[in-house]
Design a protein around this ligand. Structure first.
Ligand SMILES: [Fe+2]
Length: 246
C-alpha cells in the first residue's frame, strides 16, 4: 500500500494556509496526482477554482451513499461497492481534475482507493506497453453488464438513453510533460488484454486508500488515477460533494 512518502505516487497533503489554486494547478499539469487537504473550507469553488458538478443525471449535488434519500430523487442509490474507474471516462471530454469534498463520513463509511496508473505504466513489462498502443471504447454499459450499477433509474426510458449515449473512444495510453500512463477504467473500458492490465495495475504498491474525515477535500488527477470505493451500509449517511476543472 502506498504511503505519502512514496515519491512515485505524487501525493501531497497540505494545510489550510497553503495556496490551494496553485496546488490544484499542479494536479492539472500532472506534477501532483493527488492533493489531500485536511479541514478544508466548504467554500471549495472559491478556494480552489474548481466548479461544482451535478453528481448524476438529475442535477443532485451530493453523493448520497445510503438509502435514506431515495424517496426524494428520481433514482435509487445503492450502497454497493463501486468498480475501479476514472470519473466519467465514458465521456468525450473527461474532467482532468476532480475534487471530492467530504460533508459527512460517519463510522462505517467506505474508504476510497486510488490507483496510480502512471507508476503502473512506468513499471509495466514492455509487451504490455506495446499491446496498449491502441484506442479503445469506454462505455457505461460495460458497468451494467459487470455488476449492479450504483444507482437504479426509476424510469426505464432514462436508463436507455444514458446507456446508449455514455460511450467514448480514448487512447489507452496517454501522456503529458509529467509522464505517461494507462487511461484504463476497469469499470468502463473494453480491451482484449483487460485481465493482464488489471493484474498488473491493481497491485497494492500502486494503491493509496483514503479513510475520510469530515471536511477532507481530495483533488485528484482524474486521468492518471483510477479510484474505487467499498460498500457502505444504508443506515450510514456518507455524503460528498464533487467538483471539477472543466
Ligand atoms: Fe468516481
Amino acid at each position: 500500500m502506498i504511503t505519502t512518502q512514496n515519491k512515485h505516487v505524487y501525493i501531497k497533503t497540505i494545510n489550510y494556509s497553503n495556496d490551494y489554486k496553485k496546488e490544484c494547478a499542479k494536479v492539472r499539469n500532472g506534477w501532483t496526482s493527488l492533493l489531500i487537504i485536511k479541514d478544508a473550507s466548504p467554500e471549495v469553488e472559491k478556494i480552489t477554482g474548481l466548479t461544482a458538478l451535478s453528481q448524476d443525471l438529475y442535477g443532485n449535488k451530493v453523493i448520497p451513499i445510503g438509502g435514506d434519500n431515495n424517496k426524494d430523487s428520481g433514482h435509487i442509490w445503492h450502497e454497493t461497492e463501486m468498480l475501479w474507474h476514472n470519473d466519467r471516462a465514458y465521456s468525450k471530454d473527461v474532467h482532468p481534475v476532480v475534487g471530492l469534498y467530504c460533508v459527512s463520513a460517519p463510522k462505517g463509511s467506505a474508504s476510497t482507493r486510488f490507483c496510480d496508473m502512471q507508476t503502473a505504466y512506468e513499471e509495466a513489462p514492455q509487451r504490455l506497453k506495446d499491446k496498449s498502443k491502441i484506442k479503445c471504447v469506454s462505455d457505461v454499459d460495460k458497468y451494467f453488464q459487470q455488476m449492479q450499477y450504483p444507482h437504479t433509474f426509476k424510469e426505464e426510458r432514462n436508463e436507455k438513453i444514458y446507456r446508449k449515449r455514455s460511450k467514448a473512444v480514448h487512447d489507452l495510453v496517454m501522456y503529458d510533460d509529467s509522464g505517461t500512463w494507462f487511461f484504463f477504467s476497469p469499470a468502463y473500458t473494453h480491451v482484449d488484454h483487460q485481465d493482464e492490465l488489471v493484474k498488473h495495475c491493481l497491485q497494492d504498491k500502486y494503491i493509496y486508500e483514503h479513510v475520510w474525515s469530515n471536511n477532507d477535500l481530495l483533488v485528484y488527477n482524474n486521468l492518471k488515477l483510477i479510484h474505487a470505493r467499498g460498500e457502505t451500509p444504508s443506515k450510514v449517511k456518507r455524503r460528498h460533494l464533487r467538483y471539477a476543472l472543466t
